[in-house]
Write a protein that binds this ligand. Structure first.
Ligand code: NAD
Length: 351
């Protein structure tokens, strides 16, 4: 029997990326939908062969506890709603897959981790890039010494017009629902990416937010940049914005070469180039025929595979919380104009 997911929230990411990805899953299937819009849930349920008895609203969601078709709940809601739904899902005795950013505060992240432990269920964060063959190729090149010692990483994640057209209503622009602007939505890829590309966690953060007088950005930031300092002497520089041309680019520089990922964190067409003494070697997705499974399906399959093997998932709650701690530190550094220490007593050892 395939592992059953209930998807909570039928917005753009759920409808366009996650629901279609179940078709390519080998271990997972879609078994239930949870939505605030019953008509939409029925329409999409019909499309994916979900019976009416497996459609839930946000208020009757807790009844999912009695549904044996559902092994895990996949939360694809506005960021500030992740924590409560995760806690409810754990209370219902289900595993949880939760979209990034894990939550909008460190306290909420801890609440989610604690609820998972109490329920003895797995918590995984939807870091799809961890299942992208190009990302994994880049990580293995970096770890193999192909560019020597990684010393500088630059990450830029911008999305022009990322839902910024309706400033009065869109949750991404409403602090209470998003927890912040482009950093929470896009910059998180660079924060997480700097950590996996440098294979290290920063010990200090500095940051700057560009002033923006547009009413669209009255609650959350548009352009933000940050720097991480690593114990190794390495530096990361990151940027994110909602108003510059859509980019997802990482550049990792070592003493023997450079790894350029452009795009670095896209849905389909990521590419990595190794640049060394005038030579450029490039890998792109179509070359990875053995890894033909797309990153979304691979991510969905990873949770049941880990549960069956009894191994920890790749993107744990602790991993998601580390990023949220760094996101909060970036905001603190930007608002105070001061460096913020981020050396949290070897958090990896707590996993
Ligand atoms: P969206 O606005 O398209 O969808 C959000 C859904 O939540 C909608 O169906 C909306 O009706 C529902 N919702 C429930 N309560 C709501 C409330 N109080 N206010 C507003 N909407 C409410 O957003 P999205 O792009 O699908 O993003 C959802 C989550 O997925 C976010 O956490 C986002 O960061 C994440 N996401 C991840 C990726 C990725 O590549 N991993 C990509 C896009 C989005």
């Amino acid at each position: 029997r395939k592992f059953g997911y209930a998807v909570v929230g039928l917005g753009k990411y759920a409808i366009n990326q996650i629901l279609p990805a179940f078709a390519e899953c080998q271990h997972a299937r879609l078994t239930a939908l949870v939505s605030g819009d019953a008509t939409k849930a029925r329409r999409i349920g019909k499309q994916y062969g979900i019976s009416e008895s497996n459609l839930y609203s946000y208020s009757d969601f807790d009844k999912i506890a009695q549904n044996p078709d559902v092994d895990a709940v996949y939360i694809i809601l506005p960021n500030a709603l992740h924590a409560d739904f995760a806690v409810r899902a754990f209370r219902a005795g289900k595993h949880v897959m939760c979209e990034k950013p894990m939550a909008t505060s460190v306290e909420d992240c801890q609440r989610m981790i604690d609820a998972g432990k109490r329920a003895n269920k797995e918590l995984m964060i939807g870091y799809r890039c961890h299942f992208d063959p190009i990302t994994n190729k880049a990580i293995s090149l970096a770890r193999s010494g192909a560019i020597g010692k990684p010393q500088i990483i630059t990450t830029d994640n911008n999305d022009l017009g990322a839902d910024t057209t309706d400033p009065t209503t869109h949750w991404r622009l409403t602090r209470a629902l998003s927890g912040g602007g482009s950093l929470m939505d896009l910059g998180i890829y660079g924060v997480n990416g700097s950590r996996y590309m440098m294979n290290d966690d920063p010990i200090e953060v500095r940051a700057m937010i560009a002033p923006n007088s547009s009413p669209v950005f009255s609650q959350v930031e548009d352009i933000i940049t940050w720097q991480f300092r690593y114990r190794s002497g390495g530096i990361a520089h990151g940027s994110s914005s909602f108003t510059t041309y859509s980019t997802t680019r990482f550049c990792l520089q070592g003493d023997k070469g450079t790894l350029l990922m452009d795009p670095a964190t896209s849905y389909w067409s990521n590419r990595v180039s190794l640049c060394k003494s005038g030579d450029i070697e490039t890998w792109s997705t179509p070359m990875f025929t053995i890894d033909a499974l797309n990153q979304f399906s691979a991510q969905l399959d990873h949770l049941p595979i880990s549960i069956a093997k009894g191994t920890r998932v790749l993107a744990t709650g602790e991993e998601g919380m580390q990023d949220v701690r760094l996101l909060q530190s970036i905001y603190k550094a930007a608002h105070t104009g001061r460096a913020v220490a981020t050396d949290w007593s070897d958090w990896r050892k707590t996993i």
